[in-house]
Design a protein around this ligand. Structure first.
Ligand code: C2O
Ligand code: CU
Ligand code: CU
Length: 506
């Protein structure tokens, strides 16, 4: 779709940090406007019309301290017409331009979590059934971690996020500061995404014609979307000039569907120090890193032995890749800057202590099947436990209790499963006979359960649930009660009912 674009011609944009407007209730108070704007995504592309927080893509970065709560007013200042092609019937059912912001990975009360039906329109003229609060409260009581905020409006998240409504949110703390990790100019967020462009520079997103016979709130089914270019911090295939020393990269996958298999073409290893919920127990040396949508990886790359070299961050597309597919490249590091000062940063072996949830008493076990159902037109529709969004709430853990959730993936693709409010631990994954399941609906295990990889042994809020495996996570529900959601983070799935409400009860 996109014209052929030369790689590594634009320098990597460095994200700017948002400043509070004032103090309110003794907390730093921020305002963020969602607006339409244009931005140059590549040297040879016409400027692209986007939607973004404070007119930038990615949005401004929040950089906050643990223990310092903040308030944010999210303001929808978008035009009345959607940027991307959408189905007429959405307009009949709900306002075409509706937004609500979710802070992914955060421990937030339900009123501030960005519940999909807590959407609102411009100037809050119209609000969804769950809308409770104009100013969101972020307590920042959790440990240091790389979080991100993004749109979560019911049925239209894939389009709002694709239009550009994403940003990073970093929480820092004392435990992490003590480690002397690379910091300042040597700590660089890398927000990955994929997009396709039309010839005039506008975003390309497929649409399907409305079928009037179908009375569903959202008949546009795009079961997945893969863009043909890779962007980092809003530029297509950028480069960054670095010094011959260690850098910390906070990598976040904001793609609608695309998972990545990252590696460096220099053949060098890199180090993972953190994951969704902050630091890992110990540093993990890696040659390749898998990242599903919404996952974060805190990495250290050491360029000290590569002075003068160019190193490409690659994406392994596997043996069946299409020969026209250019998404095997992500970005380029040029080790061309002189070393400005001695590198005193560390790659500590021990990073943090994460108490295992396995010692908790388990109050409940839930078998949650990821299943392919059919919509009324016979098209495939992935669901959770065969339930649609509107079906009554079935997952109601009690506050403070620990449960084990088993995601039984009976579909032929990996689904990244995300639970709001909490950070969980991955217990194991166990393969079963998918063919047999398809014929008989019986689960027959093919072998013993596999332990999670070393870089998954931290706190996670999103887990890859591979095809034909039972992925088990252990979760302690809290610290708040109320209604949240859990869902597949492939946004085309989430928007089409692979999302369920859940309630943490008193
Ligand atoms: Cu990243 Cu429910 O979201
Ligand atoms: Cu979330
Ligand atoms: Cu999915």
């Amino acid at each position: 779709m996109t014209q052929k674009l030369e790689k590594f011609v634009d320098s990597l944009p460095i994200l700017n940090t948002i400043k509070p407007i004032r103090k309110r209730n003794n907390k730093a108070y921020f305002e963020v406007r969602m607006e339409e704007f244009t931005q140059k995504m590549h040297r040879d592309l016409e400027p692209t019309r986007l939607w973004g927080y404070n007119s930038q893509y990615p949005g401004p970065m929040f950089d906050v301290q643990k223990g310092e709560p903040i308030e944010v007013k999210w303001i929808n200042n978008l035009p009345n017409k959607h940027l991307l092609p959408l189905d007429e019937s959405i307009v009949h059912h709900e306002p075409e331009v509706r937004t609500v912001t979710h802070l992914h990975g955060s421990e937030t009360r339900p009123e501030s979590d960005g519940y999909p039906e807590a959407w609102f329109t411009k100037d809050f003229k119209q609000v969804g059934p769950f809308f409770k609060r104009e100013v969101y409260q972020y307590p920042n009581r959790q440990r240091a971690a790389t979080l991100w905020y993004h749109d979560h409006a019911m049925g239209i998240t894939r389009l709002n996020v694709y239009a550009g409504l994403v940003g990073m949110y970093i929480i820092r703390d004392q435990e992490e500061r003590r480690l002397k990790l690379p910091s300042g100019d040597y700590e660089v967020p890398l927000i990955l995404s994929d997009r396709s462009f039309n010839e005039d520079g506008s975003l390309f997103y497929p649409s399907q014609p409305n079928n009037p016979s179908r009375n569903l709130p959202n008949p546009t089914i795009v079961p997945f979307f893969l863009g043909d270019t890779i962007l980092v911090n809003g530029k297509v295939w950028p480069y960054i000039e670095v010094e011959p020393r260690k850098y910390r990269f906070r990598v976040l996958n904001t793609s609608n569907t695309r998972g990545y298999q990252l590696y460096l073409d220099s053949g060098q290893s890199f180090y993972q120090i953190g994951t969704d919920g902050g630091l890992l127990p110990s540093t993990v040396k890696l040659d390749k890193l898998a990242m599903e949508p919404a996952e974060r990886a805190d990495l250290i790359i050491d360029f000290s032995k590569h002075e003068g070299k160019s190193i490409i961050l690659k994406n392994d597309l596997g043996p069946n890749a299409d020969s026209n597919d250019e998404t095997f490249d992500v970005m380029q590091f040029r080790v061309t800057k002189p070393l400005s000062a001695e590198d005193n940063s560390k790659i500590p072996n021990r990073l943090s202590i994460i108490p295992s949830l396995k010692t908790n008493m388990v109050a409940g076990y839930r078998n949650l099947k990821l299943v392919e159902s059919k919509d009324p037109l016979g098209r495939p529709m992935p669901l959770l436990n065969n339930k649609k969004w509107e079906d009554p709430v079935t997952e109601k853990p009690r506050l403070g209790t620990t449960e084990i959730w088993s995601f039984i993936n009976t579909m032929p693709v990996t689904h990244p499963i995300h639970i709001h409010l909490i950070q969980f631990q991955i217990l194991d994954r166990r393969p079963f006979d998918l063919d047999l399941y398809n014929k008989t609906r019986q689960i027959r295990y093919l072998g013993p359960a596999k332990q999670p990889a070393p870089n998954e042994r931290g706190l996670k809020d999103t887990v890859a649930a591979p095809a034909g495996e039972v992925t088990r996570v252990i979760v302690r529900f809290g610290p708040y009660t109320g209604q949240y959601v859990w869902h597949c983070h492939i946004l085309e799935h989430e928007d089409h009912d692979m999302m369920r409400p859940y309630v943490v009860r008193e």
